[in-house]
Write a protein that binds this ligand. Structure first.
Ligand code: PLP
Length: 372
């Protein structure tokens, strides 16, 4: 198996499914094969299982299960929210940031085609300023989308302060503004608690936390989102389509495994690589403050695609940016440029950790980086 050959440091792209999540997936696929929407007794069991999983995830996220809707991943959750704006009779304005994921940028392009105006917040060093948001919100603003944690820089936004700006502008203009936070890289990697937050919507993905691929969550504070398609009416009409119950069970299991011990372990791995690289030609883009330890961006004096190959030859897998953008190198680099790292942009690597990485591996990676 390739995983035995390589030391895997691309966990922001995807993670290895945990044994428990895989067991939950397999046992649910076998034991709960009935469609949760059917009328007979085994279907009732499937429905019960579905609601148990929703409750478990709500407990981990610190919210009410009625606010959670299962989707095929974060991309779908984001698309549901952003395309809901297409119902508006008169296009308005959407504000986002210069470091958002393609999953946000792509539906934004559709909105633009339909006459919506889009405004972009700067993110110097990877951070978005509430003051700039305050200046950019206008009477026409209908939605603000700012990611909770950057998938390439690891910077953590002050979501609470940004939400406060939105709430105060709502009062000033006497109309609601939807505040959306793509929280894929925040789950298990920051002290996220939705109950303490005033975001209106958020997206999550199972495969970033050792759960299965193809399952995610949309959090909605209120249910009054007018979506484009209800399909079969599942998930209260927010996301129609037969629920992927085995994957949902795997997601719930993976979420229940998240622990502060793992967070502390990853912090140690991050600090180890940082320390080992001190005084070397490899520079680190962030100082670690207001950053998740799970993501560490470094810059080398080599094109990043070349460094990725050289590290692979030494047995280490890292990324040149976001997995979704790797085939379009310009896009990965654009995020770094937008964050003010123009000089380094072509040579940046993203190291991303998981609880399965060891201290020896982290030391080995730092050595390999210095050698290349
Ligand atoms: N948003 C961010 C910040 C991500 O890192 C990713 C994953 O690549 C996504 C959205 C898309 O998630 P998914 O693969 O579940 O659609």
């Amino acid at each position: 198996m390739w995983a035995m050959q390589y030391h895997y440091f691309d966990n922001a792209a995807t993670t290895m499914i945990s044994d428990r999540a895989l067991d939950a997936y397999n046992s649910t696929a076998r034991e709960y094969m009935a469609n949760p929407s059917a009328a007979y007794l085994p279907a009732r069991e499937s429905r019960k299982k579905l609601e148990e999983c929703r409750q478990n995830l709500a407990d981990v996220l610190g919210t009410d299960p009625s606010c959670l809707y299962f989707t095929s991943g974060a991309s779908e959750a984001i698309t549901i929210v952003l395309t809901s704006l297409l119902w508006a009779k008169i296009p308005g304005q959407v504000i986002t940031s210069s470091i958002e994921h393609e999953a946000v940028l792509s539906p934004l392009a559709i909105l633009r085609e339909k006459g919506w105006k889009t405004e972009t917040l700067n993110a110097p060093g990877g951070f978005i300023s509430p003051q700039e948001l305050e200046k950019k919100i206008t009477k026409e603003t209908r939605l603000v989308a700012v990611m909770a944690v950057s998938n390439v820089l690891g910077t953590v936004q002050d979501t609470k302060a940004l939400a406060e700006v939105v709430r105060s502008k709502e009062k000033e203009y006497g109309r609601s503004i939807f505040f959306f936070s793509d929280s894929v890289q925040a789950l298990g990697k920051t002290g996220l608690c939705l109950n303490e937050s005033t975001v209106d919507g958020a997206s999550f993905s199972a495969h970033k936390i050792h759960g299965p691929r193809g399952v995610g969550l949309l959090y909605l504070r209120n249910r009054n989102l007018q979506v484009l398609s209800h399909a079969g009416g599942q998930e209260s009409g927010i996301r129609g389509g037969t629920e992927n119950l085995p994957a949902i069970a795997g997601f719930a299991e993976a979420a229940s495994e998240l622990s502060s011990d793992d967070y502390d372990k990853v912090r140690l791995l991050n600090e180890t690589v940082r320390k080992e690289l001190e005084g070397s030609k490899v520079s680190i883009l962030t100082d670690g403050k207001r950053c998740t330890p799970y993501i560490l961006p470094v810059a080398l004096h080599l094109p990043s695609q070349v460094s990725v190959r050289m590290l692979q030859d030494k047995g280490y897998l890292v990324s040149a940016g976001s997995a979704c953008s790797n085939n379009e190198r310009g896009k990965a680099e654009a995020v770094f440029r937008n964050a003010g790292f123009s000089k380094q942009a072509g040579g940046i690597l993203r190291i991303s950790f998981s609880r399965y990485n060891t201290l020896e591996e982290a030391q080995g990676l730092a050595r390999a980086l210095k050698e290349i």
